[in-house]
Design a protein around this ligand. Structure first.
Ligand code: ASP
Length: 598
């Protein structure tokens, strides 16, 4: 019979959980969910029904004309309840979990016909992303996204469990707060009560978590939403989630000892056991061998300094680099001895994109022959010596950059990843976790001609480097560490400054005047004088970790309601204009972009 839409049938089993033994006992079941697909085969109507547990086939027989007539009008995504008997299927579908059985319907209620479904709920069909984001509630029904968001929950639960077991207390910190310097622009919220004043949304809970250590909690964590108003590069979100944690009396070792089992627990959710302790690598080594501070150690193509083999060559490009304090460095690309002209041109273009003036290549053919973009000026013998120095054997290619040391490192660091990817040199299914440590505390900002914090201004210098803070700031190392997974930074943290005198010296090194320091961070400086324990912590990029574990191409796939790269929410159309009354209440005035700004 066809019940009216107000009747709610009570589900007795999930669609994906109907079993062969239900068919043996010809169990009567009630299913509730969505019409995934309808097929009319002559007299019989087959409806694949879907709910959160999976899908099962339901059959409508003309023997029950009343419900058959309802089934004839069903559309994909209608919400229905069905009562029926589980039977064995005449033509089973072994690809499908419930493919051995089907439900013969005896009653149906259509709770809600769906008339506005913009695209089919199907993993195979790649609807345009704009449309998918506009109708995210439909997009999220797709099995791939259901899996991703559910796995995200499992990974979060595993992390919470590990942190709880390690004695961490989950504490929320304010969203309406004041600026926290993490190096991005703030999202600002105007205050109605204090006209002309603004809250900043937190770029991270950095100062609050330090204050929780001063407050005696000793071990804090939070799934913290962070907001950074950046020009969004490919796969960033203006708001994102960090697993943020802080510990008192911490050393890098004690932080690693918390994070490693936490990460292992998250990996277990995808059935992968990663070995601990994780590998460690000094920052200097990461830069010199891999050309980046987040080394992908799954493949070789390591950087080699070939300054010695390049010296005295009379080649103007080498001489200019070496005589101005620069470098000549290269990488060996295995099996690229026969690389095509087009490929070499692409690699050269990549090198230039990364900032190099050019790329010198030497190809060693398997037969022993050698060709090079600089064969004429360098001669065969020196080309061979350079290729040897780079580590390119017969059958390989050597790619060489001569420039400032920074440019060589940056270029080759970028090239090695891209080339390894292009040539399929990255082993599949491998998870390389590396702690990078020993970062410099400060980096020179050439535009502003001053020192900037490499991490953030609250990061502690190595205590034994403290006396160089004023005399040789560039050589001071930070007690900071990053965790890198397959070449992606997935966590970053540091031991913090816990004494106000040291914090004041670091502020001074960063050209923050005492008056500015008091105005911006007076509360921190006061807290550090009120019995602040040594402390440190870390934040894990939760969206990124989930995307990597789920195998998603974008973090948008593990965020239920993500924004576009231009920071818009296409579904609810945020950001949006506000009306004149709201503007008045906030004492804000719209300034036309044409109007000159003070
Ligand atoms: N607050 C830092 C960040 O968001 C993480 C940390 O130092 O713990 O990158």
């Amino acid at each position: 019979m066809a019940a009216d839409a107000g009747t709610l049938l009570h589900r007795t089993v999930g669609c994906g959980l109907v079993t062969e033994s239900d068919a043996e006992s010809r169990r009567d079941v009630v299913l509730t969910g969505w019409v995934h697909r309808r097929r009319d085969l002559g007299r019989l109507i087959f409806v694949e029904m879907r709910d959160a547990t999976g899908r099962v086939q339901v059959v409508f027989d003309p023997e029950y004309p009343e419900i058959h007539a309802v089934a004839e009008k069903l559309h994909a995504e209608d919400v229905v309840g069905v009562r029926g008997t589980v039977v064995r299927r005449e033509s089973p579908n072994p690809q499908h979990e419930t493919g051995q059985v089907e439900v013969r319907a005896s009653e149906i209620v259509v709770h809600n016909p769906a008339s506005g479904v913009p695209f089919p709920v199907d993993d195979e069909l790649e609807a345009n992303e704009e449309l998918r984001l506009q109708h995210r509630y439909v997009d999220l029904r797709r099995p791939r996204l259901q899996r991703a968001i559910r796995l995200r929950h499992k990974i979060a639960a595993a992390a919470r469990l590990a942190l709880d077991e390690a004695g961490f207390v989950e504490i929320e910190t304010p969203i309406l707060t004041r600026s926290t310097p993490e190096g991005a622009r703030d999202y600002l919220v105007p205050s109605r009560v204090h006209p002309g004043s603004f809250y900043a949304l937190p770029q991270s809970p950095q100062l609050f978590k330090q204050l929780l250590m001063v407050a005696g909690f000793e071990r804090y964590y939070q799934f913290a939403r962070c907001f950074r108003d950046e020009d969004l590069r490919a796969d960033r979100q203006p708001e994102f989630t960090q697993i943020d944690l802080e510990m008192s009396f911490a050393t890098p070792e004690s932080v690693y000892a918390v994070v490693e089992p936490l990460v292992q627990g998250m990996f277990r959710q995808i059935g992968v056991e990663v070995a601990a302790p994780f590998r460690r690598m000094p920052y200097e080594e990461a830069m010199s061998r891999y050309g980046v501070d987040r080394p992908d150690t799954r493949f070789a193509l390591e950087l080699a300094d070939v300054g010695a083999a390049a010296a005295g060559s009379g080649f103007a490009v080498f001489d200019a680099a070496l005589s101005s304090g620069g470098a000549v460095r290269g990488i060996a690309v295995p099996g690229a001895g026969g690389a095509s002209r087009k490929q070499l041109d692409t690699w050269t273009a990549w090198a230039k994109d990364a900032g190099a003036k050019g790329l010198i290549w030497i190809k060693r053919e398997a037969s022993g022959g050698l060709t090079s973009s600089a064969l004429k000026v360098l001669g065969e013998e020196r080309c061979r010596a350079l290729a040897d120095a780079v580590g390119a054997r017969e059958g390989d290619a050597a790619l060489i950059v001569a420039d400032s040391a920074d440019s060589c490192t940056r270029t080759l660091g970028a090239l090695r990843g891209k080339i390894a990817d292009e040539l399929g040199l990255i082993p599949k299914g491998r998870w390389d976790l590396v702690w990078v440590e020993g970062f410099p505390l400060l980096a020179r900002d050439p535009e502003e001609d001053r020192w900037m914090a490499m991490h953030h201004p609250f990061t502690a210098p190595r205590w034994d480097h403290l006396d160089k803070l004023e005399s040789d700031p560039g050589s001071v190392q930070a007690q900071a560490y990053d965790l890198v997974l397959n070449g992606t930074e997935i966590a970053g943290g540091s031991i913090r400054i816990h004494r106000s005198d040291v914090q004041e010296r670091v502020f001074a090194a960063l050209a923050i005047t005492p008056a500015e320091a008091v105005a911006k961070f007076g509360f921190l400086l006061r807290a550090l004088k009120s019995g602040a324990p040594p402390h440190g912590g870390i934040a894990l990029g939760f969206d990124r970790i989930c995307a990597m574990l789920v195998g998603a191409a974008s973090i948008r796939d593990v965020i239920a309601f993500p924004k576009t790269t231009s920071a818009s929410d296409l579904m609810c159309e945020a950001p949006s204009e506000i009306d004149a009354k709201q503007l008045r209440e906030l004492r804000l005035r719209r300034v036309d972009s044409a109007e000159p700004q003070a």
